[in-house]
Design a protein around this ligand. Structure first.
Ligand SMILES: Nc1ncnc2c1ncn2[C@@H]1O[C@H](COP(=O)(O)OP(=O)(O)OP(=O)(O)O)[C@@H](O)[C@H]1O
Ligand SMILES: [Mg+2]
Length: 339
């Protein structure tokens, strides 16, 4: 079976072709980062317009890269939500129209299910059940995963997502949007222990997160200590340590409460090296295992959508001719996949 995946939920146009026998046959990605950089964040209308420009050429490029024709596809999967409504509509409209023209089934995919299943594109695949930590630009979710479509949200951020907190703090430190990866690089030059930021909501029971206070803490530290290069690096270090420690404490708690031994991390922030090494250490201590996607599949991409779409296509979860997107969409409401 071979599926074309189309991702347009935010500021990346991601197209891929996944084959269940041969793996990823094509992977094309166009990032709009430069387009939005001047504004310090994603401008939804510009994002939609750019997806219109890029989606079809990237689909053509993917077909060429895979050496296949539309006839060779068994279905078209597209991100139907959550995300920016205009951006989602571009991908959904193109996917639905091509599916009709090519007489193929169309499969709507939940963007966070795409992220959650992305580690399954790697050689070492996690078995169910596991705990997933989804940390991206728009979400921070701790999920108990008993199977595809069997998700129980154990905890989530009550304010900023982890990636959003990285980006806002990076901006305070004078780094370009989205500054998560740049902040992580700056943190490597920082002195451990010069500043200590709080670990929000770790001193009380529960698995929810709150990250907006850390940004304020960073702003206050800049205000009182100045922003010379070393101070900026020390703040970046303190901020990153606080986020990573907080995520690790909550992962440990979720694993202990559920008795599970497998942890999956996905979403853009899962590319963070400090987070990966701390969670690897934690799982080593707990006698468990951690799984994550290769760095390029941590952030948005078409491969995760093609993969998730294939699982749903096999279970017959296709859609009719209507074009429906869901800018807000609870992961827990997805139908379980029973093959
Ligand atoms: N090495 C890193 N360390 C910390 N954060 C990072 C790193 N690399 C990327 N990020 C952050 O990951 C986020 C982007 O991830 P992703 O593409 O998964 O999010 P999104 O698609 O915008 O949000 P969502 O998936 O919730 O809709 C940004 O906030 C970015 O700063
Ligand atoms: Mg994403």
């Amino acid at each position: 079976m071979r599926v074309l995946g189309i991702e347009t939920s935010c500021d990346e146009t991601g197209i891929a072709i996944f084959d269940d026998q041969q793996g990823i046959l094509a992977h094309q990605l166009y990032s709009q980062i430069k387009l939005h950089a001047d504004y310090g964040g994603v401008v939804p209308e510009l994002a939609s317009r750019d997806h219109i420009r890029k989606t079809l050429p990237l689909i053509e490029a993917a077909l060429q890269q895979a050496g296949c024709r539309s006839e060779d596809l068994d279905g078209i999967a597209y991100t139907a939500g959550p995300g920016l409504v205009g951006a989602l509509l571009v991908g959904a409209t193109i996917a639905r129209s091509l599916a009709m023209a090519w007489n193929k089934p169309a499969v709507p995919v939940h963007h966070m299910e795409g992220h959650l299943l992305a580690p399954m594109l790697e050689e070492r695949v996690p078995e169910f059940p596991f705990i997933a930590l989804l940390v991206s630009g728009g979400h921070t979710l701790l999920v108990r995963v008993d199977g595809i479509g069997q998700y129980q949200i154990l905890g989530e951020s009550i304010d900023d997502a982890a990636g959003e907190a990285f980006d806002k703090t990076a901006k305070l430190l004078g780094l370009d949007y989205p500054g998560g990866a740049a902040l992580a690089r700056l943190a490597e030059q920082g002195t451990a222990g010069r500043f200590v930021f709080p670990r929000p909501m770790t001193d009380r029971p529960g698995l929810d997160f709150s990250f907006s206070g850390l940004k304020t803490f960073a702003a206050n530290t800049i205000h009182s200590q100045g922003s010379d290069d070393q101070t900026r690096a020390d703040i970046a270090h303190a901020f990153q340590s606080a986020v990573v420690d907080t995520l690790a404490i909550k992962c440990k708690r979720a694993l202990q409460e559920t008795g599970l031994k497998r942890l999956v991390i996905a979403g853009g922030v899962s590319a963070n090296r400090e987070l990966r090494s701390q969670l690897a250490e934690l799982m080593h201590k707990l006698g468990g295992e951690v799984f994550y996607p290769r760095p390029e599949f941590c952030t948005d991409n078409g491969a995760m959508i093609a993969f998730a779409g294939m699982q749903r296509l096999k279970a017959g979860h296709t859609t009719g001719l209507e074009i429906v997107v869901q800018p807000r969409w609870n992961l827990e409401t997805l139908a379980p996949v029973t093959l």
